[in-house]
Design a protein around this ligand. Structure first.
Ligand code: FE2
Ligand code: FE2
Length: 209
């Protein structure tokens, strides 16, 4: 593909992500047994807020991976990012479907999150391939810890959301491992702190908006 074609693909992905038109290529993870009891209103609201935060994370994952794929000049690395982005598309579609089932909504600020993450992904991608991969490792590890926290906070009765979050956590761990194997450089500590602070603002806001 020419650079222009790749820009058009990235623009189309942004449109699909923000329009909620992403389609999963793997079936949505299901709990082992049917739910023993229905969620009450408070549980449903909490699950909706947590799954909205996770959906925002997946909107950002789309933006980051597509920006990094666009920014690298290495065709093999571009393929690596595109492969990971396909897993993230599944996460995006699963969390969106679950939000719908919970009667909740996606974040009103998704265009803002997407634009910000795309800019950061582009800068990471242009810095160097090894640092771009290092950024993936740090992001995926932070997301993995965040998802573990959500597994502990989701209502015990909401096994449908838990099954999705559990599978996402496994995929994010794999993405971090694959980026490490592809030659990631560790990021400087201040940058990791900055990423954690930015993620805190994002997750704190998406809980409500
Ligand atoms: Fe993900
Ligand atoms: Fe990931």
């Amino acid at each position: 593909m020419s650079p222009l074609d790749r820009c058009l693909v990235a623009a189309d992905n942004a449109r699909r992500t923000l329009a909620g038109a992403s389609i999963a290529s793997r079936p949505c993870p299901q709990p082992g047994a049917p739910p023993a009891q229905a969620l009450d209103d408070a549980q449903r609201r909490l699950s909706g807020a947590l799954m909205r935060v996770n959906h925002v994370g997946e909107v950002c994952a789309q933006a980051l991976y597509h920006a990094q794929a666009l920014a690298t000049r290495d065709p093999a690395l571009r393929k690596h990012f595109e492969r990971a982005a396909r897993d993230e598309t599944d996460h995006l579609a699963w969390t969106q479907q679950r939000l719908r089932e919970l009667g909740s909504h996606t974040s009103l600020l998704n265009p803002l999150w997407y634009a910000g993450a795309f800019g950061i992904g582009w800068l990471a991608g242009r810095s160097s391939d090894a640092l771009s991969l290092g950024f993936v490792v740090e992001t995926e590890r932070q997301v993995e810890r965040h998802l573990q926290g959500h597994l502990e906070r989701l209502p015990a009765a909401d096994q449908a959301s838990q099954a999705i979050v559990q599978k996402m956590k496994e995929d994010e761990a794999l993405h971090a491992e694959q980026a490490e194997q592809a030659g990631a450089l560790p990021l400087p500590q201040p940058l990791r702190w900055a990423m954690r602070a930015a993620a805190k603002v994002m997750t704190g806001t998406a809980h409500y908006l």
